[in-house]
Design a protein around this ligand. Structure first.
Ligand SMILES: [Zn+2]
Length: 263
């Protein structure tokens, strides 16, 4: 009887922990072969998870401000433009507890954080697997903010590695041509890094912004991955007065890319 009671108690605890982890990650299935991920826009505390301590070479515990709003705006506008919602995984948890764009050994320092970190990555894995069964081509965009280039949008693909399948089938224009995402950004007047007159495999992506753990883990250089690109939006582009425009323009750029390269 005692064992039964203990068992039931554990089940309740596990269910609660899983439910709590799920509450801190927004996961939405979609219809468009586009996955948007946003690890650094959240502001919620993580119950039972202690704050991170400095670890690794580039420790950051501040959020990428308003990237949650930006990502939601991009998703809404993509649905309006194409009639289909993209897939979405967004952290609601604050980066001072968990940095979901780091390997687990650098992402958090306390075992109490693991369930939420694991929920975030399990969701991405599940959506990638789903997209791959439904669509011949797909693309993941990992949405971030940076302040080093405040008026610019930065591309991170680990010098083309994370988009290797896209490059193999469509060539450089899929990354730097007029119907690429950054081709559209440039045409709309955005400053971009690197420039489109460089090859996708040139080692010219901005130092420190070449793509983090998400792009490295799920990119198409892996058998079970998909083409993946980190987008780093400058601080000025996330200002309250302009963020809706940034979201709308980004959705237009992704929609053009979808029409040309993912259909
Ligand atoms: Zn970030």
């Amino acid at each position: 009887m005692m064992r039964l009671l203990l068992g039931a108690g554990c089940a309740v605890l596990l269910t609660t922990a899983a439910a709590r982890a799920g509450d801190l990650v927004i996961v939405e299935s979609g219809e468009l072969p586009v996955i948007l991920t946003a690890p650094h826009g959240g502001g919620q505390d993580v119950p039972g998870c202690m704050l991170r301590s400095p670890v690794g070479t580039r420790f950051v515990n501040r959020p990428d401000q308003h990237t949650d709003v930006l990502t939601r705006g991009i998703a809404d506008e993509l649905k309006r433009l194409t009639g289909k919602p993209p897939y979405l995984v967004m952290a609601r948890f604050h980066r001072k507890f968990i940095d979901a764009n780091r390997r687990s050994d650098e992402a958090y320092g306390d075992p109490g954080c693991a369930a939420v970190y694991d929920a975030y990555h399990a969701a991405i894995r599940r959506l990638i697997d789903e997209v791959r069964t439904k669509h011949p081509h797909a693309m993941l965009f990992d949405i971030h903010g940076q302040a080093a280039y405040p008026d610019s949008i930065l591309r991170g693909t680990h010098y083309g590695a994370a988009v290797s399948r896209l490059l193999a089938r469509a060539g450089a224009p899929a990354i730097n041509g007029p119907d690429s995402v950054f081709g559209r950004f440039a045409a709309m007047g955005y400053r971009i890094v690197p420039l489109n007159n460089t090859a996708p495999t040139d080692r010219v992506e901005a130092k420190g912004y070449t793509g983090g753990h998400t792009v490295a883990l799920y990119g198409s250089n892996h058998q079970d991955g998909i083409d993946a690109m980190q987008l780093e939006f400058g601080r000025d582009l996330r200002a309250q007065t302009i963020i809706a425009t940034t979201a709308r323009d980004t959705a237009h750029a992704i929609a053009a890319f979808y029409e040309r390269f993912l259909r």
